[in-house]
Design a protein around this ligand. Structure first.
Ligand SMILES: NC(=O)CC[C@H](N)C(=O)O
Length: 231
């Protein structure tokens, strides 16, 4: 199995993702510069967090036009596995690979803190090492993490079990108070219908080992590694 971490000008979690995949999980991993037109040979693509193109226009809106994104779309449409974290999630919604949009946090501020999220769907290839209803302690760091989707879109997500993570309190209770950025339905992460493209605002790569302050993110990468182990 080979993983690729896509690097845009302004990515800043690319090294963290590389470290998590390569050094902690032992997955053969390479960086993929945004000018690459091909992602041949990779089994997993990770679009990391950061500020691609300075977040000008809208987060992810310029990155969407990078040559590599055409290759990512092609890879994903053929069933390849893609994980977008934070700015990566923003790129995936801007590219139309995931439904919804990430808009400005409700308090109009950058939020950098640990939050609790509940696992809504542990049956995906990205989350199988968790249990449904498990509560994760995981960092967020964003300005535009307020997930918006209209009512019909939300119903589709719910019908197809595409909501993967929701913001909650430490006991799994869900209310507006525990919604750090104002996301519809407290959504912190979604997956596409086919189950091969996932986006999430929290940063699993920043909590992959106790030395980093927690390891709840480790199991996400372990899930993917196990899911793609034959690749
Ligand atoms: N950590 C990140 O990826 C930041 C995402 C994005 N640039 C924002 O501030 O919303």
């Amino acid at each position: 199995m080979k993983a690729g971490v896509v690097v845009f000008p302004g990515s800043n979690c690319d090294h963290d993702c590389y470290y998590a995949l390569n050094s902690i999980l032992g997955i053969n991993t390479e960086y993929i510069w945004h000018k690459e037109g091909s992602v041949k040979g990779f089994d997993l693509l990770v679009l990391p967090g950061g500020f691609s193109y300075g977040d000008y226009l809208r987060c992810g809106a310029i990155a969407k036009h990078s040559p590599v994104v055409d290759a990512v779309v092609d890879f994903a449409e053929k069933g390849g596995h893609v994980l977008g974290i934070c700015n990566g999630f923003q790129v995936l919604t801007e590219s139309g690979l995931l439904p919804g949009a990430l808009i400005r946090n409700k308090n109009l501020k950058f939020i950098c803190e640990y939050v609790s999220v509940i696992v809504e769907n542990a049956k995906t290839g990205f989350t199988s090492y968790y249990n449904d209803g498990e509560i994760l302690n995981i960092p967020i760091a964003h300005m535009d993490g307020n997930y918006y989707i209209d009512e019909k879109g939300l119903n589709d997500l719910l019908e197809n079990e595409q909501v993967v993570f929701r913001y909650c309190d430490a006991d799994g209770g869900i209310s507006e108070e525990d919604n750090p950025n104002g996301s519809v339905y407290n959504i912190a992460g979604v997956i596409n219908k086919k189950g091969n493209i996932m986006g999430m605002m929290p940063h699993p790569e920043r909590c992959c080992e106790p030395l980093l302050g927690g390891n709840h993110g480790y199991y996400l990468f372990e899930s993917i590694k196990n899911f793609l182990k034959g690749a």
